[in-house]
Design a protein around this ligand. Sequence first.
Ligand code: F6P
Length: 368
Amino acid sequence: MSQAIRRIAISTGGGDAPGLNAVIRSVVLSALQRGWECLGIRDGYNGLMTPDVYADGGIMNLTRESVRGITHLGGTILGTTNRGSPIAYPTLGDDGQWYERDRSDELVEKLNTIGADALVAIGGDGSLEIANVLSQKGIRVVGVPKTIDNDLAETVVTFGFDTAVSFAAECVDRLHSTAEAHDRVMVVEVMGRYAGWIALYAGVAGTADAVLIPEIPYDIEKVAERVRVRAERGRDFAIIVVAEGARPVDGDRSIVGKTIGQQERLGGIGHQVAGQLADLTGKETRTVVLGHLLRGGSPTTHDRILALRFGSAAVRAIAEGCFGCMVALDPPTVRYVPLSSAIARMKTVPLDSDTMLTARELGISFGD
Ligand code: F6P
């Protein structure tokens, strides 16, 4: 059923992912075709929460011209942030301590002030949680799932993941020749937060010898044994892919730090694994941390198409009056699922999935 929509707002939140611009273009063109106006909020919701910081008042009028030629570009023309969530806004208390404060009512008011009849919120778990709060407070919201980590439930895949995995696999490919030339163990640390999707897919596609993922706490001795067995078979080098959220059976995740109003930052496990493998195997070891390289650059064709499909599906959802939902890939279609179920759980790698079984049958060690 069609709603009285004249103007929609678009926001991109959380860490950027290749494909964001493709979603924006698709939303804008699909909306303009229906005669709707499109406003882009800068830097998540900062354009609304702190408009004075911006020369244009924090809101971009999105026209056909503003979204021309952006489908293949990484990043987001709107900007994004993973700090200062409106539902956990860092605020300095009278006692000099920082607290997280819920400013969602203020955001609802500001969205109403700009006359947005509906909001397309493009983001990962954090941004979709905000979207769900806004929806509960009466804003007509449609979410679009974005993250290189692929850890969002209810959608088979998120855009950004394929680009991250393709690049990671290419890096693993490149490391094979140098590892073999020097008889070294190369440890590659990849992003993915608390899910092992990127590590698993890059490791399988790049034929790694071991893949360490958050879903399976690893025993470093088992990984070392894999390296030794390989050497006995005449393959005196090895490639180990480690997810940033991986942890040993007898230890914790490697955390860089946690700042108020932000999620904890992971990192450092690659160096830890490399150091231990050098000690246990006596082999020369090097670490490569791919980090933000996985989020940069142009989206793959797969991610562009997915992002474009998600964008136009989000506009169709608005036109049909379906709110409080997220567009989700359920091949061969894109369907709408409740935002509340999309954020209810994190999608980690199922240990009985056929990709896991394939990896094990290929002889990849998970350190268990
Ligand atoms: O969620 C995407 C992601 O790239 C994670 O894989 C990673 O842990 C995190 O964001 C890094 O965030 P930041 O850009 O704040 O360093």
